[in-house]
Structure formats: structure tokens, C-alpha cells
Ligand binder design. Structure first.
Ligand SMILES: C[S@@+](CC[C@H](N)C(=O)[O-])C[C@H]1O[C@@H](n2cnc3c(N)ncnc32)[C@H](O)[C@@H]1O
Length: 253
């Protein structure tokens, strides 16, 4: 599905304020909890554009980075590597975020032969994995790639306990272009959610209709906790959605 929506993902889903504030929270959590070697003062660029050289001395792996919406801000603080399974999303990220590296890799099965000070898996992307076994494989990969004392931040999609069926609708126009999106989010089995996306996209007064469907795996709070702890990682904090977008597990190894 992400192959087709990559071109208009940013216009429809990326709200710069919430992405910037999410990245600022990542930085604050790393400053507070990181114990891996290396400087504890995170580099901060003096420019606000997205085209400067990375100044962070800490390395960060952004898992399921998509179009680089977080990486665009993360690169101001860290040396960023982003991985995603969708080439089209990565192409957008490469064009937009010039000072990060982007690699096609499956979050459930990757080996970058490297360890990072910080690893993030944000915006509920973990819900894209097929099963509990796949989530465990993804957590095993994280723990292998995290430096001792490093920080891993995971936002769950929604948990079995907190999930509610929903209808999401948004629209925006920019002169002759714009979008209108409506999405139904339904429980189709105890651990599967189906999202049906209905998108109207106008490009210079040419309006097209796209329909996509996507399945999300729903995990319970205890399945998240045990998948993390089974790897030998520890959970330092569990943040609620009002403290971090979609909530977060803050972990270390
Ligand atoms: C909701 S988007 C989030 C992208 C970005 N982090 C953001 O917040 O805008 C989910 C991303 O997960 C990626 N994805 C899905 N399954 C994956 C997998 N097994 N391994 C790596 N990336 C995956 C998709 O290609 C998509 O870019």
C-alpha cells in the first residue's frame, strides 16, 4: 500500500508540528537516560533547514522511517540511518533528507553489522508486522543493534486494551491541489484490524480516487512488555499518549 501513497503521504499524514515535537521529546529522553559511551551532549544544528551536515555525535537508527518525516528533524541532533521495507517511501526520504542514510530492510529481519546509541520505531509502525512471532523477531533485531546503555523508543500502534474502532476524516486544499481522506478502522479478529483508506487527491484540478486496505496486528500491553524483556532489554519508562505521541516504551540494554 505504501508504494502508492508515498507521493502524497507527507501532504496527508505529516503534520510538521507534531513530528517536531515528537523528535524534541526523543532528544530529551535520550539526554535523560542514555548511558552508552560517547558524548552526552547531543549536537544541535544552528540552522533550521533540512540540508545541513549532521552534527550529532550520537548515532540513531530510525526503523520504518517511511518518507523520513522524523529523520528530517532527527538529523539536526544525530547521525541518522533510516530503514524501511518500501522503496518508494525511501525514495521520498532520500530526496528530502540529504544528511541521513536510508536502506531497504525488513524490521523483523535485518543485520546492519553496526550498533547505535539510539533506536526509534515511531508512529505505531510496529503494528505493520504480521504476528507476535514477527514482533519478537523485530525486538531481537533491535536489541542486537543497540549499544550497551543505548536507548530504544517504541510507540505501540494501539493495544488490545486501548483499541477503539474509528472513522478518521481529514481534508485540505492548496489552491488547485488538495486531498480528502476518509479511513475506517475496524476490528476483524481479536488481533487484527483492517483499515480501509478512501483518498481523493487533486493535482492541479485533476481529481483521482484511490482505495487501499491495510491490516494491522493488535498486541496486548503484556505482549509488548514480554517481547521487549525476552531480548534482555529493560523497560525504563512507559509513557502515556498524552506524554508521547501514541505512547511509548523507553528501553535500554
Ligand atoms: C505509518 S508509516 C510510518 C512512517 C514514519 N515513521 C512516520 O511516522 O511518518 C509505516 C511505515 O512502516 C513501513 N513498514 C511496514 N512494514 C515494514 C517492515 N516489515 N519493515 C520495515 N518497514 C516496514 C512502511 O513501508 C511505512 O513506511
Amino acid at each position: 500500500m505504501y508504494e502508492t501513497i508515498s507521493k502524497y503521504y507527507d501532504a496527508m499524514y505529516v503534520d510538521d508540528d507534531s513530528y517536531r515535537s515528537e523528535v524534541e521529546k526523543v532528544v530529551a529522553l535520550v539526554e535523560q537516560h542514555k548511558k552508552s559511551e560517547g558524548t552526552t551532549t547531543i549536537g544541535k544544528s544552528t540552522t533550521s533547514t533540512h540540508s545541513h551536515a549532521p552534527c550529532g555525535t550520537l548515532t540513531l537508527l530510525d526503523i520504518a522511517c517511511g518518507t523520513g518525516a522524523q529523520a528530517a528533524y532527527l538529523q539536526e541532533y544525530f547521525t541518522v540511518t533510516g530503514i524501511d521495507i518500501c522503496d518508494e517511501m525511501l525514495e521520498v526520504a532520500k530526496r528530502k533528507v540529504r544528511n541521513a542514510s536510508f536502506i531497504n530492510a525488513d524490521m523483523c529481519n535485518f543485520n546492519l553489522h553496526n550498533q547505535f546509541d539510539v533506536i526509534v520505531n515511531l508512529y505505531g509502525s510496529i503494528g505493520q508486522v504480521e504476528s507476535l512471532e514477527h514482533m519478537q523477531m523485530a525486538m531481537n533485531c533491535v536489541s542486537k543493534h543497540l549499544k550497551p546503555g543505548g536507548i530504544f523508543i517504541l510507540t505501540p500502534w494501539s493495544t488490545k486494551e486501548s483499541f477503539r474502532e474509528a472513522l478518521v476524516g481529514r481534508a485540505k486544499t492548496y489552491e488547485l491541489s488538495g486531498f480528502c481522506r476518509m479511513e475506517t478502522v475496524k476490528l476483524v479478529s481479536p488481533s487484527k484490524i483492517k483499515i480501509d483508506y478512501h483518498h481523493l487527491i487533486s493535482d492541479n484540478l485533476d481529481v483521482k480516487y484511490y482505495q487501499h486496505s491495510n491490516y494491522i496486528t493488535l498486541f496486548s500491553e503484556s505482549e509488548y512488555v514480554s517481547s521487549i524483556l525476552n531480548t534482555g532489554m529493560q523497560i525504563i519508562k512507559r509513557l502515556a499518549p498524552d506524554e508521547f505521541r501514541m505512547g511509548a516504551f523507553i528501553c535500554t540494554v
